[in-house]
Ligand binder design. Structure first.
Ligand code: PHB
Length: 408
């Protein structure tokens, strides 16, 4: 059928409209990074009481690049690292994050060891539309504070609920809780209690300690006086955890018939040799221990020792640094080199990566990490004091996002 002049005119208008729409779409469609670079702004505690912990994350980041190179989806990956000094410096974290975004043109942030630091950056990340991969901060609610947060670490609820369930099912009838008095500690207390009592256990008392407490004698004294079957404890690791374990050792708690149940933060793999026989029988839950038997972990530990010395022991923080980089690399590859926030966020949701800890999935609904939880017992293996895996809870999610909050 021949087209009339009117039909041809209408067709032209339609085609022009289509062309225009296509070019607008091309303008607004996320493109590959124009500068050929992917800049990762890194925020870690690199000085002060938690500097050793900061070094672990940073080392993990370096190991990832040493093993997997400095290109992702053909882009040159650059890291720019800043020191936020520890948990008392939320404002500094926010300021550093802002500088990394504005001055250094960071495409993604990787960082925040502590909950207050992650919380302080939330609004800024939302306003700036910048994805941030949480390298450690472990309070459940953080990921709800910005749609641009993704967590690659763990939540203290994941650890504590697993430990509470395991303990009640393995002969522990009563427990006393000691947790650091800030959000991840309160989450740990809440979810230990919930899982432990649900499986038949009873909480006989508890204490909350200042975040950077170094004097555990009064707390452990009171716990001993309550005569529980077990003490459950969470603290943010490092020197604080060493102080806790030293005091427990001095009091002979583990030999007195009271079981010690702790989150993995308290018995970091690199601190275990310092504890020596005090680690004997200590039950902990975490997503990583250095002795894990998988190929990715073997390559990771080998490279870590090559780079940082034969005696250097990577802990879960180094793995979180490594996995944070892995997640960013894989997301940018999945997004075919697009580095805008929405492309990166979409790519991260539902992504599964292989890790020295096993496998890690980002829950597409919550942007929180889903991974295996290992129950470990302190003991000697190959002549070394270690956290030795005795049970596995597969694919554990943050309990706070799976069920209603328990009554206080
Ligand atoms: C936190 O502040 O969320 C935090 C810090 C250190 C840990 C665990 C949680 O080991």
């Amino acid at each position: 059928m021949e087209k009339t002049g009117k039909q041809i005119g209408a067709f032209r208008t339609f085609a022009m409209a289509l062309g225009l729409a296509a070019s607008v779409a091309a303008l607004s469609a996320p493109a590959r990074a124009a500068d050929g670079k992917l800049t990762i702004g890194v925020v870690l505690p690199l000085s002060g009481l938690y500097a050793n912990e900061g070094a672990q994350y940073e080392n993990g980041i370096k190991v990832y690049q040493a093993l997997h190179g400095t290109k992702a989806a053909g882009l040159d990956v650059e890291t720019v690292t800043r020191d936020d000094q520890g948990p008392a410096s939320g404002d500094l974290s926010r300021r550093l994050t802002q500088e990394l975004i504005v001055r250094n043109k960071a495409d993604v942030i990787l960082g925040y060891s502590f909950t207050p630091n992650a919380m302080s950056a939330a609004t800024l990340l939302t306003e700036a539309k910048k994805p941030a991969v949480i390298i450690n901060a472990a309070t459940s609610i953080i990921t709800e504070k910005s749609p641009y947060f993704v967590r690659v670490s763990f939540t203290t609820g994941q650890l504590a609920a697993t430990l509470g369930d395991w303990a009640a099912k393995n002969g522990v009838k009563t427990a006393y809780t000691i947790v650091s008095d800030y959000a991840p500690g309160i989450d740990a207390e809440t979810w230990f209690k919930e899982a432990f009592t649900k499986a038949g256990g009873t909480i006989v008392g508890g204490a909350r300690t200042p975040v950077s407490e170094m004097e555990y004698a009064p707390y452990l004294q009171r716990a001993q006086e309550a005569k529980p079957d077990a003490i459950f404890s969470f603290d943010p690791g490092g020197d604080v955890a060493v102080a806790f374990m030293k005091e427990a050792k001095k009091r002979g708690i583990m030999q007195s018939g009271i079981k010690m149940l702790v989150t993995g933060d308290v018995v970091e793999d690199n601190s275990v040799p310092l504890f020596g026989d005090a680690i004997e029988g200590v039950i902990s839950v975490h997503h990583y221990q250095v002795g894990l038997d998988n190929d990715e972990n073997k390559a990771f530990v080998k490279k870590y020792k090559e780079m940082f010395g034969a005696d250097a022991i990577p802990n879960f923080r180094a793995v979180q640094g490594y996995d944070g980089m892995s997640l960013i690399y894989h997301a940018v590859e999945k997004a075919k080199g697009k580095t805008d926030a929405d492309s990166i966020m979409e790519a991260m949701k539902g992504l599964t990566i292989q890790s020295p800890r096993g496998h890690v999935t980002i829950d597409p609904r919550t942007r929180d990490v889903v991974d295996d939880m290992y129950v470990r017992r302190g003991g000697q293996k190959d002549g070394l004091w270690q956290n030795i895996q005795i049970a596995t809870y597969p694919d554990v999610k943050d309990p706070a996002k799976e069920q209603p909050a328990p009554a206080k």
